[in-house]
Design a protein around this ligand. Sequence first.
Ligand SMILES: C[S@@+](CC[C@H](N)C(=O)[O-])C[C@H]1O[C@@H](n2cnc3c(N)ncnc32)[C@H](O)[C@@H]1O
Length: 410
Amino acid sequence: MAEHPAYPVGLRLTGRRVVVLGGGQVAQRRLPALIAAGADIHLVSPEATPSVEAMADAGEITWTRRPYADGDLADAWYALIATSDPEANTRASAEAERDRVWCVRSDDADRATAWTPATGHSEGVTVAVLTTNAKGRDPRHTAAIRDAVVAGLRDGTLVAPHHRTRTPGVALVGGGPGDPDLITVRGRRLLAEADVVIADRLGPRDLLAELPPHVEVIDAAKIPYGRYMAQEAINNALIEHAKQGRSVVRLKGGDPYVFGRGMEELQALADAGIPCTVVPGISSSISVPGAAGIPVTHRGVAHEFTVVSGHVAPDDERSLVDWAALARLTGTLVILMGVDKIGKIAETLIAHGKPAGTPVALVQEGTTATQRRVDATLATVAEAVRAEDVKPPAVIVIGEVVTVGPRTSA
Ligand SMILES: C[S@@+](CC[C@H](N)C(=O)[O-])C[C@H]1O[C@@H](n2cnc3c(N)ncnc32)[C@H](O)[C@@H]1O
């Protein structure tokens, strides 16, 4: 008889009786998906692995501790036959055939009436991969296809735009510090689905080059703002594009809510009645020191780290930072946007009692190909910035953590 391809289907098992014979590794691997499907699971097996036993203890399955007996499949919609006794498996699959219960058999796919596909999930979609017929069965190959599809959907390299459930409005996406691998999976997917991307100078700019040609990429710094403030012009551009029904991504460096004006943009969108999703990002405040071999905390050295904006000098009346209090802290101080004002900042910290010899590191363009690290102390940092020509963007780390790691050549 010619071998026909298997017919793929999704079983909706909620509340329906499913019988599992055998409590070994196969059951252990398959049970979580059956539990997730809401099935009413009855396990028949004299023994079970500790994980399967834990599922029974947690009430996720009902366990009858004995070997398979004829009649166990009564009233089942679906059966998984996976005992270590081939003879029992044969008898059970004969019962399944007789009672018209679809069954998978771990020891003999040829005799099974159903096969379990390699499955994975991504954003509301289940990817299930089966070989077409028994002859071509190669579980590693189907698993590899599943992995490739799921990974591609997650990271956006496999572009499959949602048409009915596409995220409406604007997504404020934290792009991470610059390395394109350091954006979140969700951020990357939204980027792949966007019609318009409004991007900052900081962040993973390399990702923009990968976008399909129909995607309009707008440099936030170049939006003409006329009589508006630059930020207002960006907000207006977000609103206008979203109002045209386009899927808009506002790609920001690091995390949108760490000195990123994320909430200002979200509020402007809310005022205009535009839905907005916020996707967190890896902030440069932690990741850039880390990329240069500096942990922001270290056991026995720093039990806290404080992230501060250094964009205005300590004596500037607009400053909201209590530098005197910071000078008293023993933990790590991380300063963003502080390259221009580091001289004044260091002077102020020393004046309020921070030792002049406190180690300082400046990490410029962290996580990118041009990353570099310059080391100094509070007393020497202003001169080091001049001598080494340190330029923004840079993260400045002040504290003993600077010296705990092996000195890298970052
Ligand atoms: C406007 S703030 C935005 C911070 C961002 N939202 C975050 O969470 O990383 C910009 C500052 O972040 C720091 N920064 C961002 N990316 C950086 C990078 N790759 N290397 C060094 N500093 C970076 C610099 O201090 C820069 O001046």
